[in-house]
Every structure is written in structure tokens, then in C-alpha cells.
Design a protein around this ligand. Structure first.
Ligand code: FES
Length: 102
């Protein structure tokens, strides 16, 4: 398992998202009430970048067809069709750096 630096905690404010490329994947990192969460950026419905969608509280809404995911866990929370959950990743804060465990 590798550890990848995402950035400084002060650069990713509460309610904001950041997209990074790591290990050949696109990963979305979000600050939800001061805690950092990471999930796959690619929507499991038709491949939209979730970074282009909206984050409200802990709900991530895909901008293409409106699938909603829990950004803390990656679980699908609302969509008419059954689609896969997002893979979620562990984040760690050390000093004021955010790391992702892959
Ligand atoms: S691509 Fe995300 S809901 Fe369709």
C-alpha cells in the first residue's frame, strides 16, 4: 500500500473538492466539516467526473444524470437504477499535509 500526498489542509477548505491523479486513477478528495474523504472521481453510471458535480454536506451529486453518493463512504444513496458504489480511500492528515492511502 502506498501513501500519496494530496496537498495542504489549508488549501482544501470545508465544502470543497479536489481532483488528483494517483496510481492510474482519478480520485476526488473532499473536505467535509474539516475531515478529509476520498472516493473514485469517475461516476459508476456513465463515467462522468464527479468533481464536475456538486458537494452538499456529505452528498456528492453527479452533474450528468444526478446519481447521489455518500462522499464519506462512496455508497450510492439515490439513483433510479442500481449502479455500483464508488471505491473509497483512506486519508490521513500528518502535520498539515493530507495523504491518501492507495
Ligand atoms: S454519469 Fe453520473 S449519473 Fe450518469
Amino acid at each position: 500500500m502506498g501513501k500519496i500526498i494530496v496537498g495542504k489542509t489549508g488549501d482544501l477548505l470545508p465544502g470543497k473538492m479536489q481532483k488528483i491523479a494517483a496510481d492510474g486513477k482519478e480520485i476526488l478528495v473532499a473536505n467535509i466539516n474539516g475531515n478529509f474523504y476520498a472516493v473514485d472521481d469517475t461516476c459508476t453510471h456513465a463515467g462522468a467526473s464527479l468533481y464536475e458535480g456538486e458537494l452538499e454536506g456529505d452528498t456528492l451529486t453527479c452533474g450528468w444524470h444526478g446519481a447521489k453518493f455518500d462522499c464519506k463512504t462512496g455508497k450510492l444513496s439515490a439513483f433510479p437504477a442500481k449502479i455500483k458504489d464508488l471505491h473509497s480511500y483512506k486519508t490521513v492528515v500528518e502535520s498539515d499535509n493530507i495523504f491518501l492511502e492507495i
